[in-house]
Design a protein around this ligand. Structure first.
Ligand SMILES: Nc1ncnc2c1ncn2[C@@H]1O[C@H](COP(=O)(O)OP(=O)(O)O)[C@@H](O)[C@H]1O
Ligand SMILES: [Mg+2]
Length: 245
C-alpha cells in the first residue's frame, strides 16, 4: 500500500489485539505510577484515557510507545514483547514506526532546522529510499495543510502550526497506532476544530488511537471506550475500563 493511501480505510481488523498489557507495573524511582495494568487494545480501536493530573496518562502513553518499560508484568505489541531488552535490538525501530507518540508539548518533539527535515526524519530513520522520503514529505504536508511552512524553522512557528508539524512527523511514518497526549491543550478554537476533524479522519481510516485528554467533546466524538486512571468514576455509559484505582 502506498503511503498516500494510508488514510484510506484499512482492512477491518477489529478483533485483532494490537496492544496487550498484563499486570504492567511502572514506578519512577520510589513512586509507583502504573500499577498492575491489564489492558487490551484491538486494531482500529479509539481509546480515550481519562484521569486526574498525575494519574499516569502520559506515562502510560510513554509505555505504549516503548519509552518506559514494564518493571513487572508485560507489554506485547502484535504478540511481540516490548521490554528494555527487546528494545535494545532492531525491534525498537519497528515499534517506533508502528506506534507514534504526539507529545503534549510540541517543542519536545521538534528539533530539526526546518519543517521538511523534521517530517523527513522518521522516514529516513526507517531507511526508506530518498525518493519515497520526499514523497511522504509532500503527501503529509498537503494533508496537514502545511506546505507553506516547509522551509521554516520549527521554533518560529505558532503553537497551532507546531502541532500540525508534530503530527506530520508521525504521520509520515504511517504508524498503526497514534498516541496523542492532550492534543487539544493550548490550541485556539479554529485549530481545535481542525484537529478534532483530523482525529475523526484517522479513526475513519482504521487507525488505532490512544488519546489522553480532559476534553469532553473530544472524548464524546472519538472514543469507542474509555480507560480511567486513578479514582475518577462515573463517566457515561460507553464501555470502560478502570485501572490503577
Ligand atoms: N520523568 C519523571 N520522573 C519522575 N516522576 C515523574 C516523571 N514523569 C512523571 N512523573 C510523575 O509520575 C506521576 C504521573 O505523571 P503523568 O504520567 O505525567 O500523569 P498525567 O499525564 O496523568 O498527568 C506524577 O506523580 C508525576 O509527577
Ligand atoms: Mg500528562
Amino acid at each position: 500500500m502506498s503511503h498516500k493511501a494510508s488514510l484510506h480505510r484499512q482492512q477491518s481488523a477489529s478483533s485483532v489485539p494490537l496492544i496487550e498489557l498484563e499486570d504492567f507495573c511502572f514506578a519512577y524511582e520510589q513512586n509507583p505510577v502504573l500499577r498492575h495494568i491489564t489492558l487490551t487494545i484491538n486494531a482500529g480501536d479509539s481509546v480515550v484515557l481519562m484521569g486526574d493530573n498525575g494519574s499516569g496518562k502520559s506515562t502510560l502513553l510513554k509505555a505504549l510507545s516503548g519509552l518506559a518499560f514494564a518493571q513487572r508484568g508485560s507489554y506485547r505489541f502484535c504478540g511481540e514483547e516490548v521490554s528494555e531488552r527487546t528494545m535494545r535490538g532492531s525491534f525498537a525501530k519497528r515499534l517506533h514506526q508502528r506506534v507514534g507518540f504526539i507529545f503534549q508539548d510540541s517543542d519536545s518533539q521538534l528539533f530539526c532546522p526546518s519543517v521538511e527535515d523534521e517530517i523527513a526524519f522518521g522516514p529516513r530513520q526507517m531507511g526508506l529510499p530518498e525518493e519515497e522520503v520526499l514523497r511522504r514529505v509532500d503527501d503529509t504536508s498537503r494533508l496537514l495543510d502545511i506546505e507553506g511552512l516547509r522551509t521554516r524553522a520549527p521554533y518560529t512557528l505558532s503553537g497551532g502550526e507546531k502541532k500540525r508539524v508534530a503530527i506530520a512527523c508521525i504521520l509520515s511514518m504511517n504508524p498503526d497506532v497514534f498516541c496523542f497526549d492532550e492534543p487539544l491543550a493550548g490550541l485556539d478554537a479554529k485549530t481545535r476544530a481542525w484537529l478534532l476533524g483530523f482525529l475523526k479522519q484517522l479513526k475513519g481510516a482504521g487507525k488505532t488511537l490512544v488519546i489522553a485528554t480532559h476534553d469532553q467533546s473530544l472524548a464524546d466524538e472519538v472514543a469507542d471506550y474509555f480507560v480511567y486512571m486513578g479514582d475518577s468514576h462515573g463517566y457515561e455509559d460507553r464501555p470502560h475500563v478502570h485501572i490503577n484505582s
